[in-house]
Design a protein around this ligand. Structure first.
Ligand SMILES: *Cc1c(COP(=O)(O)O)cnc(C)c1O
Length: 424
């Protein structure tokens, strides 16, 4: 056995992977794919095979792997200090990052950055801030959060309680506080005044629901929801954990409909996909609702040990520098256009910026996984959501790499579902 084969055996003996049916993973005929290195959009496995990173390492990577600017920033910070507590102390990388982040929404009501270390806790921070805000600022009856059917906001109990995908709810779906799940904006309008007055905040993935299988919201929906929240004086929480940092073609998805929320939750792409860091951006109004003397108990007693770690902040600052220096957003339109042109003939095709998806309409829900497995042979790594297959490459992807990715996907599709059996 080569040392790396030995490692995959040890993996099967001792590891437990996220979102993974482990019986199949541990089966003797399954060889786990072990990734040993990455450069740009390319990842290499234990056998020396190269693949294009078709889902940007689960929607995180922005500028490619081993980017010299981000690597250097992390190494430079490492030489100073890797991590100190953010509870009661501060540091330069976090201060500079907070300033750069609020400046990404210039002249808006967003002024404050609260750091955590993953998308779920960025959402939980917003949910808890919203609930506590009303409780201690004259409207304790606002005890309800509104979320949307098929939403995905993370896996911790608090974030999962806002989710609307039954599969991810485990054995139950009542995790604590009051959540009402609605299918659409019209359903909010239809609520009684009494119910409406209990709403603390509405949370939504703007433009596109990711884990639901890349479901697009109708154009204008976000703007209308924002106006509704404004009229009702209800907070709007935007979950841009997936859509943030260029994924939809603009820095943030909310820019497409000129919406600035009360809470903007960011994570996956914040560090360019290098280190766990997340942030909940909010307004001076919310912030001031937590001021007071310690004995008044108005403080936000919430935080994680690795909140705002120096290494994460250094990576995020470097990623934002790459956005500027390499004119990343300016180069996206040509890439989005090519992605769309090449994929337009695929079944159930839809696209939102650099996020493209197709769905096979079949009662056999194992097809998506099979296609992704065959696509590996053609040099493409991605992960299905049921029978939906997503292409969401790192933003640095070249036009040639986009062509290669779509060709690999089509070859796999032809092998698993010959065109004759497909309904376009
Ligand atoms: C991934 C994701 C989350 C959760 O982020 P984690 O860092 O995995 O906890 C929340 N919301 C959306 C829209 C996501 O895509």
């Amino acid at each position: 056995m080569s040392p790396l084969q030995d490692l995959t055996t040890l993996d099967q003996q001792h590891l437990w992977h996220p979102f993974t049916p482990m019986q199949q993973w541990c089966a003797p005929d399954h060889t786990p794919l072990l990734l040993v290195e990455g450069h740009g959009c390319t990842l290499r496995d234990q056998f020396g095979n190269d693949y294009l990173d078709g889902n940007a390492s689960i929607w995180t990577n922005a500028h490619g792997h081993a980017h010299p600017v981000i690597n250097a920033a992390i190494i430079d910070q490492l030489g100073k200090v890797a991590h100190t507590s953010f509870l009661g102390f501060t540091h330069e990388p976090a201060i500079r990052l907070a300033k750069e982040l609020v400046d990404l929404l210039p002249g808006s009501k967003i002024t404050r950055a609260f750091f955590t270390d993953n998308g779920s806790t960025a959402i939980e921070s917003a949910a808890r801030m919203a609930l506590q805000y009303w409780k201690q600022n004259g409207w304790p009856g606002r005890d309800t959060l509104i979320a949307f059917d098929r939403a995905y906001h993370g896996d911790t109990l608090g974030a999962a309680s806002l989710g609307g995908i039954p599969l991810f709810k485990g054995s139950g779906n009542d995790f604590g506080y009051r959540v009402i799940t609605v299918p659409s904006l019209e359903a909010l309008d239809a609520m009684s005044a009494e119910e409406r007055h209990r709403i603390a905040a509405v949370v939504i993935e703007p433009l596109i629901q990711g884990a639901a299988g890349m479901r697009l919201w109708p154009q204008g929906m976000l703007k209308a929801l924002d106006s509704w929240c404004e009229e009702q004086d209800v907070f709007l929480i935007l979950d841009e954990v997936m859509t943030g940092f260029g994924r939809t073609g603009t820095m943030f998805a909310c820019e497409h409909e000129s919406v600035v929320p009360d809470f903007l939750c960011l994570a996956k792409g914040l560090t360019g996909g290098y280190l766990p860091l997340a942030v909940t951006l909010t307004t001076e109004r919310v912030f001031e609702g937590f001021l007071g003397e310690p004995h008044e108990g108005r403080t936000f007693f919430y935080g994680h040990s690795y909140a705002g770690s120096q290494l994460g902040c250094a990576a995020a600052l470097a990623s934002l520098r790459v956005f500027r220096d390499e004119h990343v957003l300016e180069q996206l339109p040509a890439k989005m256009a090519l992605l769309g042109a090449l994929m337009a003939d695929l079944p159930g095709y839809r696209q939102c910026g650099m996020i493209a998806a197709m769905t096979i309409d079949s009662p056999d829900l194992s097809l998506g996984a099979k296609i992704c497995l065959v696509a590996r042979k053609h040099g493409l790594l991605t992960r299905p959501i049921g029978n939906t297959i997503v292409l969401m490459p790192p933003l640095c992807v070249t036009l040639a790499e986009i062509e290669h990715m779509v060709a690999a996907l089509k070859a796999a599709l032809d092998e698993i579902t010959p065109p004759a059996c497909r309904t376009a």
